[in-house]
Design a protein. Structure first.
Length: 195
């Protein structure tokens, strides 16, 4: 049976340091992305890999050094003057638009494994290298759901390494079936040091 394709970007799955990944979330200001509007590339979605530039976060493209993954976002230019992971003027908005000034909750790339699906039948095994499909001037998420649509593609830049296959009844790796959208637990290979 073929896997159901449901791109959600990178989802934190396991901590390698003994603490739950939910305790590792860090708060960052979003960098100015107002010039990066081609195909909404400057948007930051839940599940997007992000990088740190001059103390603020931007969406990370394939071959970038990754700080971590966005798990929450919110606007800071609101009428209430409160900073948090929400938009009080639009509570349904779960992403940070390119023109929005805001904050991003980031799970660090270091010490965390992330679940992500493949964009095609890659037949990845433990130790395999792959890239994620976020590149400049391309769409990488849904403004409707607020979720990233980053997925794994053939390795050119060695962005991530497969640590294990997701073992769930709905994740099919049988060679006889179409294994598009197979899910893997991966670690980032190019991790940004924040210290």
């Amino acid at each position: 049976m073929a896997n159901i394709s449901r791109p959600m970007g990178f989802r934190p799955a396991k901590s390698l340091i003994g603490a739950p990944w939910t305790g590792l979330i860090r708060f960052y200001n979003a960098a100015n992305r107002s010039a990066d509007v081609t195909n909404n590339h400057g948007d930051i979605y839940i599940g997007d890999p992000v990088k740190l530039v001059a103390g603020a976060v931007l969406p990370a493209n394939s071959n970038d050094t990754v700080l971590g993954v966005c798990v929450a976002s919110g606007v800071t230019t609101n009428s209430f003057g409160v900073t948090g992971y929400f938009n009080p003027n639009n509570l349904a908005q779960r992403y940070l638009g390119a023109a929005d000034v805001g904050v991003v909750g980031v799970v660090p790339a270091e010490g965390v494994l992330f679940e992500i699906e493949s964009a095609s039948d890659l037949d990845l095994v433990q130790g395999s290298l792959a890239d994620f499909n976020v590149v400049a001037a391309t769409a990488h998420g849904s403004r409707l759901t607020g979720m990233s649509n980053a997925r794994l593609v053939v390795s050119v830049n060695s962005d991530v390494q497969v640590v294990e296959n997701v073992t769930s009844p709905s994740n099919d790796f049988a060679p006889a079936n179409d294994t598009t959208a197979a899910k893997y637990l991966v670690m980032f290979k190019k991790i940004q040091d924040t210290f």
